[in-house]
Design a protein around this ligand. Structure first.
Ligand code: SAM
Length: 661
């Protein structure tokens, strides 16, 4: 299954270029035309449409698309203009420039990069670009003067030679300042000796290394540097954040009364192994059930396993012969003490209300997903262990944020993997049919004949995509989860209200993350907003550090892993710097803060797998948090869930412990 990169490019341009205010139609069009994937190293094409710099060898980077577009737009280039670029790198920016200008001269000091760029231009048929190997701080005197000059590396001052080669009225865009404090400057030549400077904001570039890039020509102070805002972002967060009471204090749940009138309240988590997230969701859910008439708790779990818990909490008879639920990897996700005590509360609560008002516990995930994955792995372990290894890797990346190139590299489909497909899909289908036959009609609305037929007819598709993993299976899975939620709401009557517990990646509107923008992935949060509008509340959860229960690979052992402190430049780091330990941030409370938080930043996603060694690539992606969620719950320091271990099952306890089915 190949990614459709032209679509990913369009989405990247919409999210990172247009939405961030670049409106010059010629620049936007050029960004849509130039295939960025042709400018990254082989194997990295998949990452070409993340709005991030990427390594291109020689210790250099291909610039972030937004910055490329910003520099070209600010240079005010007209068709037919002659432009100089210093720092060819991969050639991407020069290629975009060449679609806007008449002719582009570009200089690169590293010969392998300059040669690589020339070859790319030739392959793409871009014949209005000249490349030179050399020191770009000297410019390209024979080809000047230039209508515009773009410098793609940071200098401590504006090189004199470049100033001299800028035509009257021309613009130069150049990063200036020491590492960590670079500002992007727009320098306009007003007359032979006067240059006006305008500050375009903070940037981070590799250094400009050359004869004219020294400190001996101090630049003019900028004329129109915007004044720094009076309050920092973390200070603004601290002002608006509502500190959270103790998790056991009834005041905790009361804080969320504002969402009590919604049809669906979706509660996320930024890892599948954090105690505070489970306990907070339990406290909120309890309040919504007790005080606001919610009767559906739908969780990111397999339907049959959740159905066993549902029978327990709604005092329905135990289905004979059924296995204890949640026996498959990752067992700790639902077999943990936090869930156990909430389930016990649900059972007790349901005892006090009429049968039709009892709150149910339902699984949204593809029917038997985890059991099917286990069946795939069992089968491959027997017939082709090498293919089984590939399959484990792929299940490890069943998450859209798991974009570690080395993982993808290892998980390339092999011929033998392909050969097993039919057999595996057949086996999964049989498994589904067997388990549906075994389902007795105990009144579960979802399992009427029509629902069974729906599952069977979709099964083939489910298992085939599950076999391959990747973006398509993600979409299929989230659509299925959303449809199950709709069926549940229908089955519980017109005024029914539901709470969803699922990972942030499922419940935060995917359109405002790289998942949606660059990879065309959707999710339950997005589908709920499209269907329920203001009647849906999307609430994300996050943390800065502490420990988390997670495995290193699919099917791996649970470990209590140290969470790395959040990265600078991430939302998590902004929240950590607010110095408020635990809070609710309701984005509707303050427009100014919301606007300041809008600009996409990194956001961390830990699933059942956590790989701190490759954290940036494996667990972070860009998102616009206030668009993704309606509110965010923050715990600066978190602890792992307490999994139920075999030793918790004391002799004489029923097989079905902990849910006493
Ligand atoms: N525009 C490039 C792209 O789209 O891939 C990215 C450029 S990269 C951020 C900066 C480049 O400037 C590096 O390739 C570096 O080797 C080059 N560079 C640094 N100092 C230079 C100089 N004095 N002359 C020419 N190139 C230089």
């Amino acid at each position: 299954m190949r990614l459709d990169l032209s679509r990913a490019r369009d989405r990247m341009v919409d999210l990172h270029i247009v939405r961030r205010g670049i409106d010059d139609p010629r620049v936007v069009e050029a960004m849509r035309i130039v295939p960025r994937e042709a400018f990254v190293d082989p194997g990295f094409e998949e990452f070409a449409y993340e709005d991030a710099p990427l390594a291109i060898g020689e210790g250099q980077t291909i610039s972030q698309p937004y910055i490329v577009a910003l520099m070209i737009a600010e240079a005010e280039i007209e068709a037919g203009d002659t432009v100089l670029e210093v720092g060819t790198g991969s050639g991407y920016a020069a290629a975009v420039l060449s679609r806007v200008a008449g002719h582009v001269y570009t200089v690169e000091r590293h010969a392998p990069l300059a040669n690589g760029a020339s070859q790319r231009f030739a392959r793409l048929g871009y014949d209005n670009i000249d490349v030179r190997i050399g020191d770009g701080t000297k410019g390209w005197p024979e080809a000047g003067p230039f209508d515009a000059i773009l410098v793609a590396a940071g200098s401590t001052s504006v090189p004199q030679a470049l100033k001299e080669q800028l035509d009257l009225g021309g613009h130069m865009v150049i990063p200036i300042g020491p590492a960590g404090e670079q500002r992007l400057l727009k320098v306009t030549r007003v007359n032979a000796t006067t240059f006006e400077e305008h500050d375009l904001g903070g940037v981070r570039f590799v250094p400009l290394i050359g004869e004219h890039a020294r400190r001996d020509e101090p630049s003019q102070p900028a004329r129109s540097i915007p004044r720094p805002p009076s309050r920092t972002l973390p200070e603004m967060v601290a002002d608006v954040a509502e500190p959270l009471p103790d998790l056991d204090d009834p005041a905790f749940g009361r804080l969320f009364d504002r969402f009590g009138n919604r049809r669906v309240v979706l509660l996320g988590e930024s890892s599948h192994g954090t105690s505070e997230f489970y306990r907070a969701r339990a406290a909120i859910t309890r309040r919504l059930i007790e005080e606001h008439g919610f009767t559906i708790l739908a969780v990111e779990a397999d339907w049959p396993d959740a159905a066993a818990v549902d029978r327990y909490v709604r005092h329905r008879p135990h289905r004979r012969g059924s296995n204890a639920p949640f026996q498959r990897f990752p067992t700790w996700m639902w077999r943990n003490r936090e869930v156990m005590s909430f389930v016990d509360w649900m059972r007790e609560y349901n005892d006090s209300v009429a049968e039709q008002d009892r709150a149910g516990f339902y699984g949204l995930d593809i029917y038997n997903m985890r059991e099917s994955i286990a069946a795939v792995l069992d089968y491959l372990d027997k017939v082709d262990p090498a293919a089984a290894t590939v399959a484990r890797e792929r299940y490890g990346c069943l998450t859209p944020w798991q974009n570690d190139p080395s993982t993808y590299g290892r998980a390339v489909l092999t011929a033998s993997y392909n050969k097993c497909e039919e057999a595996v899909v057949r086996q999964c289908r049989e498994l589904l049919e067997r388990s549906l036959e075994a389902t007795d009609s105990d009144g579960d609305q979802l399992f009427d004949a029509a629902q069974n037929a729906r599952l069977i007819s979709a099964a083939e598709q489910y298992y085939r995509t599950m076999y391959y993993a990747g973006a398509d299976s993600w979409n299929l899975r989230d659509r299925h989860m959303f449809e199950t939620l709709e069926h549940l709401l229908e089955s519980r009557g017109s005024g029914s209200k539901a709470i969803v517990w699922a990972h942030n990646s499922h419940i935060g509107d995917a359109r405002h993350t790289e998942m949606g923008a660059a990879r065309d992935e959707l999710n339950i949060g997005q589908l709920c907003r499209e269907r329920f509008g203001e009647q849906a509340a999307l609430i994300g959860f996050g943390t800065h550090g502490g420990k988390v229960a997670a495995a290193s690979a699919w099917d791996g052992e649970i470990k209590m892993k140290e969470i790395q402190p959040s990265l600078p430049g991430s939302y998590e780091r902004v929240f950590h710097d607010s110095d408020v330990d635990r809070f609710l941030l309701d984005f509707s409370r303050d427009d100014a803060l919301r606007r300041r938080l809008d600009e996409p930043k990194l956001e961390r996603f830990i699933g059942v797998i956590y790989r701190p060694e490759t954290e940036r690539m494996s667990h972070y992606l860009h998102a616009s948090l206030p668009h993704q969620f309606d509110a965010f719950v923050w715990f600066d320091l978190t602890t792992p869930v307490a999994p139920l271990m075999p030793e918790h099952v004391r002799p004489g306890m029923p097989e079905t412990f902990p849910f006493g089915l």
